[in-house]
Design a binder for this molecule. Sequence first.
Ligand code: TYD
Length: 213
Amino acid sequence: MGLKNFITVEGIEGAGKTTVLQRLKEELERRGKRVLLTREPGGVAIAEAIRAILLNPEHRGMDAITEALLYAASRRQHLVEKVLPALKEGKLVLCDRYVDSSLAYQGYARGLGMKEILDLNRFAIGEAFPSLTLYLDLPPEVGLSRVYRDGEREVNRLDMESLQFHRKVREGYLVLADHEPERIKVIDAGASLEEVVKVSLQLLLNHVSQGRE
Ligand code: TYD
């Protein structure tokens, strides 16, 4: 199941997705793979415009369903403009967050329902699911303290959500991983960066060499 060569990385804020992904890209390129590293909205103008609405700290009154629809809309545009063309060119696509973020954040933590959010996203992405998802698992206390320690980093609207909310997000991810153990691999993001990169790379290389559809 899922699109061959389409790999996503998931996790709560501060789990280290961005750093790990950058390292994975380098390691894969050293092995001669052609890689697109991207994240929604990924520099796609329409998706960027949608994202600006979502993350604006002034939009505290945003309805949860509106939020889910906007994420799905942004995802669709990024998928068709960036992800699918790269896959077609034979690249390996590594995407920082994708449909599981919506399932965990909007479906589970916001309480809209995983099934409802899955249905909504099915309409947006069709059959374009990743064939491998690396979920970097971390207690939210640790993740959020990393975010706030990093002075350079912008604190966005969702970073400001309560610890309770992030606990639910984590729970949501674990429910998903439990449900789809073949696709979603849980990685302990509390380990050292080197260890997280090593484990992730191994999973990725195994997956790619299996050529799983
Ligand atoms: P992002 O900018 O990717 O932040 P991070 O560096 O933490 O990955 O994501 C911004 C926020 O958007 C983040 O708190 C997670 C949230 N989000 C959702 O709630 N649903 C979604 O579908 C996606 C993609 C992100």
